[in-house]
Design a protein around this ligand. Structure first.
Ligand SMILES: Nc1ncnc2c1ncn2[C@@H]1O[C@H](COP(=O)(O)OP(=O)(O)O)[C@@H](O)[C@H]1O
Ligand SMILES: Cc1ncc(COP(=O)(O)O)c(C=O)c1O
Length: 291
């Protein structure tokens, strides 16, 4: 007998209610990523997005000569002021961070809002390499944040770092996928979405597994180019679908399809490989999640 994967929604959407999401990411002046993706995508899903900037960047670090301003010093007062005016949150979505102290600040936010959904995109590395602004301390701290997530969305490099394992490239077999996801769950992550796996079949595979979803795989044709910002588009659309009341199997499939569609739109723009992923014309698909 075959067993159809089961999944239950992590967030129950009530028709007239607008959920509030704290988006804890950097702000980039140029390049499609982080808050520049999270704010429009979650807003299109009818969420009230409250940004917490972890840093200010002139551009995505894929561009040479980028400038960064670390905002760690302002964050405690910034968040205390929210408490002063009684801000309530339904979800806390963190991504690219500027310093290890920011992990403690996010854990304080979790403590302040114990019922809010904790979504951790452990943005810190790709293709076996840590991003240039990430120190050893920040990488270690990010691992502890991953352990407290309700939804954790690492790529293979980030998963290997969190688990202290060797990065084996993007082409890993099904047994390795289960072993990585099982180990991340054992450390404490409730649901894991493992992104960007290849099995040499011309497809990109994403996997989701956790307390609220049986082990499920989604596949998309692998497009013959890479663009910066796709990780943020994937995580933001996944959360948009979850906040619209979709279960994580549906949300993962939605995110993978949306990201691939955005990559196709991007390829029609001038100089597209430099400008990163363009998703703006597709935001109506996110709003349609509410229909
Ligand atoms: N070349 C591609 N073709 C199709 N989908 C892609 C491609 N690159 C990325 N994606 C989609 O975007 C998701 C996020 O990928 P990626 O940008 O590699 O994440 P990260 O930046 O966090 O490593 C993938 O899991 C996949 O669904
Ligand atoms: C400033 C900044 N923000 C966010 C990201 C994450 O971007 P991506 O979605 O391309 O993984 C990066 C990656 O290098 C970055 O440099």
């Amino acid at each position: 007998m075959t067993h159809a994967p089961q999944a239950t929604a992590l967030y129950e959407r009530h028709e007239a209610y607008i959920p509030r999401v704290a988006a804890i990411h950097d702000l980039c002046g140029y390049g499609k990523c982080s808050l520049g993706v999270a704010i429009p995508v979650l807003s299109a899903a009818g969420c009230d997005v409250c940004p917490v900037p972890t840093g200010l960047f002139s551009s995505h670090t894929a561009f040479p000569g980028w400038y960064m301003h670390d905002t760690t010093d302002i964050l405690s007062d910034y968040l205390a002021a929210w408490q002063g005016i009684g801000v309530e949150l339904d979800a806390v979505y963190s991504g690219f961070l500027g310093a290890p102290e920011q992990v403690d600040i996010i854990k304080q936010v979790w403590d302040t809002y114990p019922d809010a959904l904790r979504v951790v995109d452990p943005v810190m590395a790709d293709h076996g390499k840590v991003y240039p602004t990430y120190t050893t301390e920040l990488v270690a701290a990010m691992g502890t944040l991953a352990d407290g997530a309700d939804i954790l969305t690492p790529n293979l490099t980030e998963a290997a770092i969190i688990l202290g394992r060797e990065w084996e490239g993007a082409d890993v077999d099904g047994e390795t996928v289960r072993s990585i996801m099982g180990a991340l769950r054992e450390r404490g992550a409730k649901n894991v979405v493992l992104k960007g796996i290849e099995h040499g079949d011309g497809l990109i595979h994403n996997y989701v597994w956790g307390d609220s979803v049986d082990f499920t795989e989604t596949t998309n044709a692998k497009l013959p180019y890479m663009l910066h910002g796709t990780g943020d588009v994937f995580a933001s659309t996944l959360l948009a679908a979850a906040m619209a009341g979709r279960d994580l199997a549906c949300a993962t499939a939605f995110a993978a399809d949306f990201t691939a569609d955005a990559m196709v739109v991007s390829a029609k723009q001038p100089d597209f490989e430099a400008r990163g992923v363009s998703f703006e014309p597709l935001l109506g698909k996110v709003t349609a999640l509410l229909g």
